[in-house]
Design a protein around this ligand. Structure first.
Ligand code: PLP
Length: 403
C-alpha cells in the first residue's frame, strides 16, 4: 500500500540533507561544543553556521536566537522572561492559540495575572479594534500566533506589534506554523519574542528557537551550565541545531524558488474538488488570509474521527480538529471560537501539504474521500438537527454524544 503523508502541520519529514548533516554531527562531530579542544571546535563551527541560517530565515541577528528543545519550551521561556519580574498585570491572547500558549496563560493566571482573550470571527480572524480596546496600562504581555495550526489562518502580527510598541507592551508571537511556509521578518515586524520548532519545516524534532529582540526583558527559565550565554543551560543539541540550520537554509531557498506558491495551488485544487464533490461542506477559515499548505474542511453530519480512521486504513494520514473520541468529548476550541455550526463542527478534517506533496497524492485523497465521508456520516454519533436524505444512523448503543 502506498502511504500518503498529509499531516504536515503536526510534523514534517526531515529532508535527506537534514538527515545527512545530522548523521555527520553524530558520527564525526560529536564533541561537546562548550569544551575547549578541537573536537568541540568541530561541533561548534557548524552549530554557529546553523544559527546564522536560522536567523537569516526569520530576519533577525544570530545573537538574538536561543536554541531550545522546541516551540513549547521557547513559549514557556518567553512567558517567564516577560512576566517573572512583575507582580501582576494582564495577559492578552487570542481564543485560538495552541495549548503550548494557553496552558502558560493558565499557569500565570494562577500566579496572579489577569487574562484577556480576543475572540475571532467566523473566518477565524481577530479584529484590530479589539486589540486597541484590550491594550491599556495594565497589560503585561500580549501573545498572538502568526498562523493557526488547525486552520492555517494568518494573524496581523505587524499591526498588533505596532500597537503593542505604541502602548509599551511586550509581544510574544508563536511563529511555529509560519516559519518556513511564509516569509517571516521578525525585526521588521517589531515583535519582542518569537517561538518556533525545527520539525515543522523538515528539520528534526526536539529542537527549536526563541527569538529575543535585543533589549527585550529576559531571564532564563532553565539554569545550569550557562550555555547560550547563560540564557538556556544544558549541553547543546548540536546535531539537532545543525539539522535545524539545514532545514532553515532549504526553506529559505524553497520560498525564494516559489515552492510554496505551487503548494498553495495544490491546496486550492484540493479544496475546490472537495467542495464540488461534497455538498454542504465548508472550508474553515476560508475568506481569511491563510498559510499556503493548510486546509480545514468540515463535512456536514460526519464524524471527523471516522474520516481519519478510514483514511488511515487506506494509507492516507490527515488529522482532525475534532478530538471527539469517547474519552474527549469537546471538539476543537479553535472551531468553537469560530462558531462553526453544530452540524459541521464534529466532521472536520485538516490536511497539511508540504513542498514534497505530489499531485498524485492529492488525487489519491480525492479518489478515496467520497467513500470515506459516506462511512463517516454513518458513523457520526452526533445528533443532527436535520438529517440529510442519505443519512443512515450508526445505531450502536452506548455511543457518546458531544454536547
Ligand atoms: N504552537 C503551534 C501553533 C504549534 O502548531 C505547535 C505544534 O504543534 C506548537 C506551538 C508546539 O510545538 P512543539 O511541540 O514542537 O514544541
Amino acid at each position: 500500500m502506498k502511504l500518503v503523508y498529509l499531516d504536515n502541520n503536526a510534523t514534517t519529514q526531515p529532508s535527506p540533507e537534514v538527515v545527512q548533516a545530522m548523521v555527520e554531527m553524530l558520527s564525526t562531530r560529536f564533541g561537546n561544543p562548550s569544551s575547549i579542544h578541537r573536537f568541540a571546535e568541530r561541533a561548534r563551527e557548524p552549530m554557529e553556521h546553523a544559527r546564522r541560517a536560522v536567523a537569516s530565515l526569520v530576519g533577525c541577528r544570530a545573537a538574538e536566537l536561543i536554541f531550545t528543545s522546541g516551540a513549547t519550551e521557547s513559549i514557556a521561556t518567553a512567558f517567564h522572561a516577560a512576566l517573572s519580574g512583575r507582580s501582576g498585570g494582564r495577559i492578552v491572547t487570542t481564543a485560538v492559540e495552541h495549548p503550548a500558549v494557553l496552558e502558560n496563560v493558565a499557569t500565570w493566571h494562577t500566579r496572579g495575572f489577569e487574562v484577556g482573550v480576543l475572540g475571532v470571527d467566523e473566518r477565524g480572524a481577530i479584529a484590530l479594534s479589539d486589540v486597541d480596546k484590550a491594550l491599556d496600562d495594565d497589560v503585561a504581555l500580549v501573545v498572538v500566533m502568526m498562523a493557526n495550526n488547525e486552520t492555517g489562518v494568518l494573524y496581523p502580527v505587524a499591526e498588533v506589534a505596532a500597537r503593542c510598541r505604541a502602548a509599551g507592551v511586550p509581544l510574544l508571537v508563536d511563529a511555529s506554523q509560519a516559519v518556513g511556509k511564509v516569509p517571516v521578518d521578525l525585526r521588521a515586524l517589531g515583535v519582542d519574542y518569537a517561538a518556533f520548532s525545527a520539525h515543522k519545516l523538515h528539520g528534526p524534532k526536539g529542537v527549536g528557537a526563541l527569538y529575543v529582540r535585543r533589549g527585550a526583558a529576559f531571564s532564563p527559565l532553565i539554569e545550569g551550565g550557562g550555555q547560550e550565554k547563560g540564557r538556556r543551560s544544558g549541553t547543546y543539541n548540536a546535531p539537532g541545531i545543525v539539522g535545524m540550520g539545514v532545514a532553515a537554509q532549504q526553506a529559505a531557498q524553497a520560498l525564494a524558488d516559489g515552492a510554496m506558491e505551487r503548494v498553495a495551488a495544490l491546496r486550492d485544487r484540493l479544496e475546490a474538488a472537495i467542495l464540488a464533490e461534497h455538498a454542504a461542506t465548508r472550508v474553515n477559515g476560508a475568506g481569511a488570509p491563510r498559510l499556503p499548505n493548510t486546509t480545514n474542511v468540515s463535512f456536514e453530519h460526519a464524524s471527523g474521527e471516522a474520516i481519519l480512521q478510514h483514511l488511515d486504513e487506506l494509507g492516507v494520514a490527515a488529522s482532525s480538529s475534532s478530538a471527539c473520541a469517547s474519552n474527549e468529548q469537546e471538539p476543537s476550541h479553535v472551531l468553537r471560537a469560530m462558531a462553526v455550526p453544530e452540524t459541521h463542527i464534529h466532521g472536520s478534517m485538516r490536511v497539511g501539504l508540504s513542498r514534497y506533496t505530489t499531485d498524485e497524492e492529492v488525487d489519491l485523497l480525492l479518489a478515496e474521500l467520497p467513500r470515506v465521508v459516506a462511512l463517516a456520516r454513518k458513523a457520526s454519533p452526533f445528533v443532527a438537527t436535520e438529517l440529510p436524505a442519505d443519512y443512515v444512523a450508526g445505531g450502536e448503543a452506548g455511543r457518546s454524544y458531544c454536547e
